[in-house]
Design a protein around this ligand. Structure first.
Ligand SMILES: Nc1ncnc2c1ncn2[C@@H]1O[C@H](COP(=O)(O)OP(=O)(O)OP(=O)(O)O)[C@@H](O)[C@H]1O
Ligand SMILES: [Mg+2]
Length: 566
């Protein structure tokens, strides 16, 4: 080979080498660029994931911090809408004690208008979701019955349903996403994660809301019971009073309802209720209810008749306590007693007038024949016997006349009469006996005491009966007080004595015909008095005065000016 030829070859090899190196360098450059690109992409992905995590952590924090269920649900619905580029989303949660209904608690996008809607849980798409672990895509048509009208109007084609699971793994609700554009595995996965994040927070808020709702409801109930006219007591399972309303305090004679708290409701019944009856009431109440009338013991020791209902309060079959509703029936019983009294008086009146008529003639004949016999010659023994016959026949005749007076409603002449005049006229008849027995009479009759509309003779008989009874009760040494006052449309007259008072057992029977505690009494005085007063449109009541003595209170209608005479 020539020298020149060798050099040229070398040149060619070098050039070749240089070209190859340049090619390599370019390749290297390309590889580096590619690697840089990859690294950058990786960094971007990392950043994206970091941001995603941060966003989730933020949502988690928000969920935990949130106090408003609606606002949180709305926010989650909006995040879900964005995440899968959907048209809207909403969150449904069970409501009611038995989860029998579902409620849309928050919505975003087109689903915002669904907020507050409720629908039966059974058979609805969200129930399906509640029971399925993985998100499911359902067709709009499938959801149509639940959201009546909405699906058709908005032309929703698909709904992605994701279950919201509670902290303890129970189904807690569902996230419904309308028409997601991105239903990729990744997107669905992210939605699931979001729903999981939401679960615990939504559940605790829901519970808090429920507690608040119940608290409001019980506040409302307490306020309503506070205004009730009937006394209400709520006891626990051991009959201990845990709540009492104002009316119960009044009924039991307490100043404050709190005085009843902590007491056993059975200790509030009157002492005369036998233990067997107490047990019966409790057993019936705990079984279902007890209703009846009984006497309760008031704070001051007095007894009051009440109509009482006691019912059991249950939760899931278990008895938690009882509710006691008690109504004072004193007035009702008095009214009923008055009705019964009037009925009885009418009946006795009819009987008595018949018998009295039949007796009147033979008694008259007996006393006439006795007189006739006495006018003749009789030995002393016979004379004494005939005198006794005559005396007893006259006494019997007197009783019969009284009876007839009681039974027969004699013609009355009513006009304006002054009670003060009648009192004075009656006292004038009794002054001799009163002086003899050292009975003082105190009068308190104001000069402007209104006149009453009545029959003066009958009203005088009323006063005479009351005054004589008072004198007989006192016997000797005592005082009779007679007071008058205007009381609305009535005039009230009180006759009070310092005698021993009326025995409690006699109180309900005082106005009964023939009821007497006196050896020679007929027991007709107060029956006649009652008849006259009620015929006048008035009332008469008896009670005992503190300390001792009886008090009779009569009311009679006062004269109204320009009243037409009867
Ligand atoms: N002021 C009083 N204090 C205590 N008890 C009384 C008083 N007034 C009446 N009573 C009781 O009521 C009963 C009935 O009285 P009522 O006037 O009807 O008949 P009476 O007085 O017994 O007989 P009568 O009036 O026919 O002579 C009396 O027997 C007595 O027991
Ligand atoms: Mg009498």
């Amino acid at each position: 080979m020539s020298r020149a030829g060798g050099a040229a070859d070398l040149e060619a090899v070098r050039a070749e080498l240089e070209a190859q190196q340049a090619e390599l360098e370019q390749l290297l450059e390309e590889v580096t660029a590619q690697r840089n690109l990859l690294e950058q992409r990786e960094a971007e992905l990392l950043e994206e994931r970091r941001r995603g995590m941060a966003a989730f952590r933020a949502i988690g924090r928000l969920v935990r911090a949130s106090r408003d269920l609606g606002a949180l649900a709305r926010l989650l619905a909006n995040v879900a809408t964005e995440l899968v580029r959907a048209r809207g989303a909403c969150i449904v949660l069970p409501c009611g004690a038995g989860m029998e209904e579902l409620e849309v608690v928050g919505g975003g996008g087109i689903a915002e208008e669904l907020e507050g809607r409720r629908f039966p849980a059974e058979g609805s798409i969200s129930t399906t979701a509640l029971r399925s672990e993985t998100p499911r895509l359902v067709s709009g048509a499938e959801a149509a019955p639940v959201f009546a009208g909405f699906i058709e109007r908005e032309k929703v084609e698909r709904i992605l349903v994701t279950a919201i699971v509670c902290a303890d793994g129970r189904p807690g609700g569902a996230l419904l996403v309308m028409d997601p554009q991105d239903a990729s595995e990744d997107a669905v996965e992210t939605l699931s994660a979001l729903a999981d994040q939401a679960g615990a927070g939504l559940e605790s808020l829901r519970r808090a809301e429920e507690v608040e709702r119940q608290r409001k409801q019980s506040r409302l109930m307490v306020a309503a019971m506070g205004r009730m006219r009937a006394g209400v007591l709520i006891t626990d399972g051991k009959s201990v009073v845990r709540y009492a309303n104002h009316a119960a305090a009044v009924l039991f004679g307490c100043r404050r309802a709190s005085e009843l708290l902590g007491q056993n409701v059975e200790d509030l019944y009157g002492a005369d209720l036998p233990p067997t009856a107490r047990r019966k009431i409790r057993a019936a109440a705990l079984r279902s209810r007890w209703t009846g009338e009984l006497l309760i013991k008031r704070r001051d020791g007095t007894l009051a008749p009440v109509h009482l209902t006691r019912v059991a309060v249950r939760n899931a079959g278990k008895v938690l306590g009882t509710v006691v509703i008690a109504r004072d029936v004193t007035k009702e019983m008095q009214r009923q007693a008055r009705f019964m009294e009037s009925d009885r008086l009418a009946l006795v009146g009819g009987l008595v007038s018949g018998v009295a008529h039949e007796l009147n003639n033979p008694l008259g004949a007996i006393s006439n024949f006795a007189e006739l016999l006495l006018s003749g010659n009789l030995d002393p023994d016979s004379r004494e016997m005939v005198e006794t016959i005559g005396r007893e026949a006259r006494r019997a005749g007197e009783i019969v006349r009284n009876l007839l007076g009681f039974a027969r409603r004699s013609e009355t002449t009513r006009r304006e009469v002054s009670l003060a005049d009648i009192v004075n006229r009656t006292l004038a008849l009794r002054v001799y006996d009163q002086r003899r027995n050292r009975i003082e009479v105190v009068l308190d009759l104001p000069p402007d005491l209104p006149e009453v509309w009545g029959d003066a003779n009958q009203l005088q008989q009323v006063l005479l009966n009351l005054i004589v009874n008072a004198e007989q009760a006192i016997g000797q040494d005592g005082r009779i007080t007679i007071r008058g006052r205007a009381a609305g449309k009535m005039v009230e007259l009180v006759v009070e004595d310092t005698g021993p008072g009326i025995p409690p057992s006699a109180l309900p029977r005082l106005f009964e015909p023939f009821y007497t505690s006196k050896p020679n009494g007929t027991g007709l005085g107060l029956a006649i008095t009652h008849r006259i007063v009620t015929d006048h449109g008035g009332t008469i009541e008896a009670c005992n005065v503190d300390g001792s003595g009886a008090r009779f209170t009569v009311t009679l209608p006062r004269v109204v000016t320009n009243e037409p005479s009867q």
